[in-house]
Structure formats: C-alpha cells, structure tokens
Design a protein. Sequence first.
Length: 327
Amino acid sequence: MSIWSKSRTAIELLRRPPPMIMLIEPGGTAFARVKRNSEDVLAWLSLAQGVGGRAKVLADVNGLNRSNVRFFLRNGADIIEKSSPALARLASTLHDDKDSETIISAIEELVRWKTISQCRNAFRAKGGYFSEAEPNMAWQWSNVIWPIIRDADFTSVLELAPGHGRNTELLRRHAKTIHLVEVNRSCLDACRARFGLDRDGCMFHYHLTDGNHFRMIPDASITFGYSWDSIVHFDKLVVRDYLFEFARVLKPGYRAFLHHSNYGALKPNSDWAKNYGWRSDLSVAIFNRYAEEAGLAVRFQRLNGIKDGLGPDDRDCFSIIERPASS
C-alpha cells in the first residue's frame, strides 16, 4: 500500500463516526431496524417518538433525540456497551411499533446508562467541590447524621460513592472494615491516597463499579450500608438497582442509611442534569416502592432541608432500610 493510500485510509478512519452515529441505517422502518440490530439506538428513539406517551416523555426529558448529536459523540459508545444485553433481550420480545411496554423498557435502559455516564463525568474532576464540601461535614455528621445512625453495627461498612472520603474520615473512627464502592477511579485513587489499606485499626477495600452494582461484595457480608450526598444525583432506576444490591449484601437484620432525592415529588419526569442541585426525579414514594420490591423494610425516613444544611426543604430524604432478619 502506498503512503498516499495509507494516509487516505487513516483520514477515512478519523472521519468515521462513533458507534452511536454509525447505527443510523438508511432503509427500513424503526421496528425493522431494531429487529435487525438491537443496538440501533436511534431506531429505539424513533419508536419512542412514534408510540408517544411515557416513552416519548422519557426520551424528550432526558435529551435522547437525534438533535443531541454532541452528547451522542461523547457518550454513545459507553451507553451502547452497557445497555446492549438488555436491548437485545427487549428487541427479541418487541411485537410491533405499538408495543409501548417494551419500548418504554428500552428507553428506561438508555436513560439508566446515560445518567450513569453523565454523573461519572460530572464528578470525575470535581476535586474543588469535594474540598469545598469538606468543612461542612463535621457539623452535618454531629448534628444530622450521627443521631440517626449511632446504633448501627459498624463492623463491616459499605460506603457507596464516597467521593474524596469526607464521610469515610468519620465512618472509619467507628468501623472495623470499610468497602468503598465508586464509579470514578479518580475518587478511589483520592481515597486510597488518604486512607491507604489500614488506618487506626480500620481496614479499607476499594472497588470500582460500572455504576449500578457492587457484585464484588459477597452476599450477606455487610453490617451497615451508607451513602451521603451522592445517591441524590442517581436516576431512580439506578437507585432501584442499588436497593436490590443492598438487599443482597446486607446481613439479615442489618441496615443501610441512604441520603436520596425527593425532587421527583416536586418535579416528576425531569432530567437530573437540569434540576436544582442536580437532583434526580426520584421521590420518597418511588423509593419506598422499590425498597418493597427488593424485599427491604424502611425503618426510618425523614425529609430534610435548610435545618440540615442541605438547601431547600423537602428536596431530599434520609432513609434507613433493613434486610429483614427472616430473609
């Protein structure tokens, strides 16, 4: 191959659009395209627009449309990779272009991984945010958090989305072991640099997650789950995924403390990235339904706000969930 031919080939490769855009096929209905290629995301979005209702609302609210090319270019490949198994299963059961239930499930799957990707990217380099939030932590711990969790068993703690470890610093003073689960490697690196593997008798374990599970944690091995100022940003379907994971990893009779959004009660079907404080559209009612589905009992719940140093009243909620002793 000549130098010119090699150069021309390289140029063509550079011009080639990323996976999301390459999925646009010139012919066939959206239904036929999905049946032919379950990863044809734009075909799924066309089906959502055609069937209308909740599918269209979900796609529109979350900016999943053909005009949002910039987002597709940045995140399309990752969304496809993560949602591919579910999309393949849904495509196999799709009856026709009026099958709203299946189309809604497909759009929900895309929203799940879209928000995980957005959230991961938003906090990947937020060192400034974490350092700004740190000074408030001691007051919030003493006056808000500790009175709620003081009776917990801290033998084996799982902290979800610790950021740079401002909560971990306080948890470690009571815990024997802490498992830190994060979607951002940069946050895990910051925590590892801060705490190492052992600090004052507390052992630390660091786990990188895809964004909706902690499969690396054994069943019934955790005595206390914890998350503060992180789940508030998670899409409600991601929260559902994590509730099922807590139901698996908690020892029977043990609990988790979760600080989550209630913004969905104020603004349902909204995009977290456009909401006040980047809150997701989860609500207490939806959280409780998901907890019940996961076989968890809600033992404590309180809306929070200004008095807790967290902004507008009723925007967030504190919940304690328990895996029943009989499970």
